[in-house]
Structure formats: C-alpha cells, structure tokens
Design a protein around this ligand. Structure first.
Ligand SMILES: Cc1cc2nc3c(=O)[nH]c(=O)nc-3n(C[C@H](O)[C@H](O)[C@H](O)COP(=O)(O)OP(=O)(O)OC[C@H]3O[C@@H](n4cnc5c(N)ncnc54)[C@H](O)[C@@H]3O)c2cc1C
Length: 391
C-alpha cells in the first residue's frame, strides 16, 4: 500500500451531485478529496439525458459561481403546460405570474458536468479520478477509505464520508443501510425530437393512457422527452424505426408543438423508486441517487438532491468543528425529512394518479388535473415544488 493521505471530507462519486458539492465545501475552507471511479472526461453514470433544474437549484449553483458556465448550454423554461390526452382543459404555469425570469432551465447532463471542470481545476479539491472505492472502515474519530487507482491499492483518512456513488451505492450497502424498492410497472423512453415550430420555452407534461409524457425545451429548437409506457409496449416501441417512432410519439403528444421532424437514439429504462432507509450513519452521509432514485415524472431527483446539498453545506459552515459530528449529522437528516416526504408524495401522485391503468375513472382524473388550475393552494404548491422553493 502506498503512502496514506488525509483530508477533512471525502466525497465518493464525481457525478452531477458530488462534483458541485466538492467545490462548495472546498470554497468554505475544508480540505476535500473527490474520488471518481471513471477517468476524467469519461461519461459518468448519470450523465446521459437531460435535467430540468429548478429555480432554487440555479440559485444554489449561482451562489457558488457554478451557474455562469453551466448556463451557456441551458434552455430557460418560461411556461409549464400540463394536459391530459383525450380531455379538454390544461394547466399553464408561467414565469411572469411568479415574477421570475424562468421557472427553471433544461441542461444536457454531459455539458452540465463538464461545465464544472474550470471551477474544479481552480479549487483546492483533490481530484482522484479513476479511483474506485472498495471498502471503508468507520471509527469514532475518522474513516479510512480503501480504493484502487491505476492498479494500485491506496488509502485515505477523513472525518466525513459523503457517498454520492449513484443508485447502486456500494458505500450505502456496505454501511448496512437498507433500501426500499417501489416498482411503478412502467418503462421510461428517453430521447430528443426535433420540432417544426419554435417551442417558445414551454415545457409540456402530458398524461397519456400509457403514462406521463414530458417534453423539455432545448436551445436548438428540439425537445428532450421522457415517455412513460407500460412494460408490454417496450418490445413494440423498440422495434420501430425512427419514422415510425416519431409517428407514435406524435400520436401520444398531439400537435401542440407542430410536427416532430426527426428523432435521435432512444434509451429504455425501468421506472422504480429506490430509497435508503436513513440518510446518515457514523461519519457517513448519503446524497443524490445513493439516497433516493425518484420517478422522473416531476423532474425532482436532482433538485431535491441540490436542496440537500445546500442544507449540508450550510450545516458545515464552521470549519473548526468536526464535520462528522454525529449530532450535527442527525440534525441535518432530520431537517430534510419533511421536504423528502413531500417530494415523494407529489411524484407518486403524478406517476400513479394519471396513469391509464389507475383505478380512478378517467373523467375524475381529468378533473383532478383541471383542479390544479382551479384549486389555488394546490396549484401554488405544485408550482413551488416545480421551482424548488420548498424547505
Ligand atoms: C430519465 C431521468 C430523467 C431525470 N430528469 C430529471 C430532471 O428533469 N430533474 C431532476 O431534478 N432530476 C432528474 N433526474 C434525476 C437525476 O438524473 C439524478 O438526481 C442525478 O443524476 C443524480 O446524480 P448523482 O451524482 O447522485 O449520481 P450519478 O450521476 O449516478 O453519479 C454517481 C457517480 O459515482 C461514481 N461511482 C460509483 N461507485 C463508485 C465507487 N465505488 N468509487 C468511486 N466512484 C464511484 C460513478 O462513476 C458516478 O460518476 C432524472 C433521472 C432520470 C433517470
């Protein structure tokens, strides 16, 4: 084993959550190591596809100087349009009503993660790319991380480990934290369509008989889509060529955005919710997908994780204190419970209530949707969640 290294905080996982977190903690004055098993520049697990960032996530990134670079490729969402196929009526939520420039922004995950690189290079973060964490020993005053890098076994001591190592988190499992799996019995089809008419910065959420279909605006007048289908449709949709798939997507969405002219490669993913039973344990915090994988219907996974990041960074503002103090970690976890519960409840409601196979009669579902417009407090809550201004 080569020479041992020591830092205050070790972040395991240099993905969409771990990377900005490392920069923010280093800005506070902590010595931080960021261990990422992939080599620099290689696509990381969560980078395929697009993310709708809430206004609150943008505020958090801006405060750390991380938004300017990311914004170069971002597309503003100025309106959200929610509708139900086959039923009259829709809900529109727009930025003017809420006196903001945008309700959120859509970013391409691959560009988004690359946008952090200049700030990472300029920071004091010790970047251990190609470092795969194999085992962690937790003790009362520190943790010892064993990892392999370039074929060598190495170790690192720290006072706090933050596991942001994705949905299959080996750190979570090794710490004995169990997970609960909820299968939505749906498959998400992800891709990009090109449009015959300008999207005018409108994001669409359409509830179809097979499940929700979201279209998010992109800068080049295309839209990224997440189309939730029942598993028995997967083989049929996977067999379609581009032209036939465009037709099928158009039939599900309608013509609000004009004609879909072209579609890129499609990716099919099973839709599940995977939740860790607890967010902290001895000298360990779970964040991002390691803590919770959500159904993508409400675009909340990353935004919820960034609210965790904001709160955690706030609770670690005193660099003289022990960053792994058990009481402080428990207080952090406790402070995040209510937001986590509300987001899970809202996401489940959207994923299940408006599905074709839901037990509610279809017309009641349509009314439920219209209700978002009529019942002001519910609609306001929906908007506040979408913008991320919920604590
Ligand atoms: C279809 C879809 C659409 C979505 N849309 C939205 C949206 O619109 N809005 C939103 O808020 N959220 C959205 N999400 C959620 C969002 O993608 C996730 O919240 C985000 O990717 C989580 O990032 P992460 O950093 O936790 O994990 P990841 O991005 O998965 O990163 C984990 C990192 O850990 C590394 N790693 C793993 N194991 C080890 C190890 N042993 N040692 C070292 N490194 C390791 C991996 O290589 C990887 O780089 C969506 C999710 C899906 C599936």
């Amino acid at each position: 084993m080569s020479e041992q290294n020591a830092v205050d905080i070790a972040i395991v996982g240099g993905g969409l959550v771990g990377t900005p977190l490392a920069i923010m903690l280093a800005q506070l004055g902590w010595s931080v190591a960021l261990l990422e098993k992939e080599a620099r520049g290689n696509a990381v697990a969560g980078t395929r596809g697009f993310t709708a960032l809430s206004d609150a996530s943008v505020v958090t990134l801006s405060a750390s100087g991380l938004w300017e670079q990311a914004s170069l490729d971002a597309c503003a969402i100025r309106e959200v349009h929610v509708s139900h196929k086959g039923y009259f009526g829709s809900t529109r939520i727009n930025s003017q009503e809420h006196a903001v420039n945008a309700l959120g922004y859509v970013v391409d995950n691959a560009h988004f993660i690359n946008s952090f690189q200049p700030a990472l290079d300029a920071s004091t973060v010790q970047c251990l790319d190609g470092a795969s964490v194999e085992r962690v020993e937790y003790a009362s005053s520190q943790a010892l991380i064993h990892y392999s890098r370039a074929g060598q076994k190495q170790a690192l001591t720290c006072r706090l480990v933050i596991a942001v190592d994705g949905v299959s988190s080996s750190l979570r499992d090794a710490a004995g934290i169990s997970t609960q799996h909820t299968d939505y019995d749906q498959v998400g089809v992800l891709g990009v369509v090109h449009l015959s008419q300008p999207h005018q910065h409108i994001a669409y959420e359409r509830f179809t008989p097979s499940g929700p279909l979201a279209l998010l605006p992109r800068p080049d007048n295309s839209a990224s889509f997440v189309y939730c289908i029942s598993p028995d449709m997967q083989d049929q949709l996977q067999a379609l060529n581009d032209a036939a798939f465009v037709q099928s997507l158009q039939a599900a969405f309608g013509h609000r955005l004009g004609k879909f002219t072209q579609v890129g490669k499609r990716v099919f993913v099973p839709l599940v919710r995977i939740e860790a039973a607890q967010q902290v344990s001895q000298r360990l915090v779970l964040l991002g997908n390691a803590m919770r994988l959500l159904h993508p219907v409400a675009g909340q996974g990353y935004n919820l994780a960034m609210r965790d990041v904001e709160q955690l960074v706030g609770s670690l503002s005193d660099t003289q204190a022990d960053p792994g103090n058990a009481d402080a970690l428990q207080a952090f976890a406790q402070s995040r419970l209510s937001d986590h519960k509300q987001v899970v409840r809202m996401t489940d409601l959207l994923a299940r209530t408006f599905r074709g196979k839901a037990s509610l009669p279809a017309h009641a579902r349509a009314l439920g949707l219209l209700g978002l417009d009529r019942i002001t407090p519910l609609r306001a809550r929906f908007t506040e969640h979408s913008m991320g201004h919920v604590k």
